[in-house]
Design a binder for this molecule. Sequence first.
Ligand code: GLV
Length: 316
Amino acid sequence: MKLAVWDPDEPLRRWRDALTQHAGELGLAIEVFDARAEPDTQADFALVWKPPADWLAGQLGLRAVFNLGAGVDAVLPLMRSHAPDVPLIRLEDAGMGRQMADYVAEAVLHAYRRMPDYAVQQSRRQWQSLPLAPRGGFHVGFLGLGQMGLAAARRIAAMDFPVLACTRSGRARDGVDPAWPLYALDHLDEFLAACRVLVVLLPLTAHTRGLLDWRALQQLPAGAHLVSAGRGAVVDAHDLLELLDSGHLAGATLDVFAEEPLPADDALWQHPRVRITPHVAAATLVGPAAAQVMRKIAAIERGEAPGGVVDAGLGY
Ligand code: GLV
């Protein structure tokens, strides 16, 4: 079977080596080609990161498309218009959960230990200890509890911070600790009011775009921190800046932005209480991702339904 890889960020050789090794272990014969170099070659399966619409439209025999990341917002609209009957499958963790947990753990400790306040004091050469909040009252709320949110929430709970979460349905799924208060999205305000740190790991959909605007962010308690590592357009950055400037929010750790790279003249770059990373919280790892994709292809070959099939209606 033929596997097309469209990935502007990795040399094809890395994907080919890893896919071929895992296919061999599963007893599957595959041929891997670089879709960017051979756009007219037809594939049975495609592994893609931000492919162009015309290439996808020209692929007429696809049995499934694998998104080489957790978030499918870039490819889903193309699939809807050019390949509506082809299943779109996202990566499920594949080594990204641990990276996300690391990123969020650092941000939560940074907030808890009042590092933004100490950074301001340092800029003034000020030597002054600040009181530490009781850990048991330092609630960390997860807005979005998919693969990334769950991995990070479990790490934060293991660090003895109280965890709460808000998801579309508010219903628990496997791996969610029954002790965590769970809110449905229509109780967002109530959830936000209880978060000392808000960790945003929602997928970007028509319902989540701009969800965290001034009105919503204002529900967070005074002195709260924001960690945004899912999709930038969920947060209104202008409103966020206003709430940081007014002192209502104490700090923000931002990995994702509505426009990436973040434009050089964006006010976020300069803000003393904002930390910026260039969309690196959880990178796709070729080895684990290739292993997972080959296992899913093997399941499809056996006539089974693989995990991670995107629900086009929900948008994730
Ligand atoms: C990264 O942003 C991903 O969606 O995997």
